[in-house]
Write a protein that binds this ligand. Sequence first.
Ligand code: NAI
Ligand code: MG
Length: 347
Amino acid sequence: MPPIADPSIPATLIPGDGIGPEVTEATLEVLSAVGDPFRWEPQKAGMAGVAACGDPLPAETLESIRKTRLALKGPLTTPVGGGYRSSNVRLREEFQLYANLRPARTMVPGGRYEDIDLVLVRENLEGLYVGFEHYVPVGDDPRAVAVASGVNTRAGSRRIVEFAFDYAQKHGRRKVTLVHKANVLKALTGIFLEAGKEVAQRYEGRIACDERIIDACAMQLVMNPWQFDVIVTTNLFGDILSDEIAGLVGGLGMAPAANIGVDAAIFEAVHGSAPDIAGKGIANPLALMLAAALMLDHVGEQDKARRLRGAIDRVLREDKVRTGDLGGKATTREFSAAIVRRLKERG
Ligand code: NAI
Ligand code: MG
């Protein structure tokens, strides 16, 4: 007789700080109702990490992610003072998380735009964010001139565009838009455009490709966001566009993100630890739930991801159960209970 397969996938769970534990509990509840495929290893980071081990990113937590290669992360409070580097940047470097994926979808009707459904893919390791910066002294001003160098590689550009096309193909998307500034930054973003077009050729006839200059793209996102499907761009442009896109569908509070790399994939809520409402049981758990849905997609559980998103949509649109930030009165628990009810009714 063949051994009974263990369906659970080891994954690291970092509840994080502030509202982190509350939204994590709510997320685990809905995952469990949809059939949680993950075997969770709870780990500490942020202030919880500082309290336990004097490090916002303890070695044990890193070790766990190194082993599971998968993590779901709540918000981390960045300790002020103490010279700590941002844990998010450390994770990005440690696990070479080169792709930042930020989907944006209209969920609550009656906002600025209806029916938005687009995905931004941002290169996460290169560009102007490599931190090659210095000052040049002139006369008695030691910081008279500031210089920054950006670094984009052909391999890195190819890799991120390949990721975008591969994502588009797997998720039934029709078009990828390459966003650049190759008319001015001819080398730095020209190499990205060139590599991007090369990759696009391989998908010809299956996935369409077009291109936009960053400034025009920023405007068109406001005027006619429906023309876009998957957008892929370099680090700095992606940083800006990802927040712009979150703004089109109601802000950062409901935005999930995936950071996908060579050595691991880390899924998170984009919002912070919200110290002003922590412990009150009123936080909106949607961002982390949607991050969990991205994680289900990532491990090939698309059906569970679809069911989870469907239940969330019904609760928001039909049941009109919403947390305070969405104009409702529901507590975190009432909100997750409503989603669990919808998941159970669909069997
Ligand atoms: P924040 O996102 O925590 O809060 C901004 C505002 O949005 C607050 O009024 C908060 O109550 C509200 N809010 C945020 N998430 C919410 C939710 N799920 N439901 C209902 N309301 C929500 O940003 P803030 O105040 O600038 O940062 C607080 C802490 O979080 C800081 O230590 C910061 O460094 C950290 N942070 C961590 C991030 C991460 O780990 N990815 C991202 C952003 C901030
Ligand atoms: Mg940003």
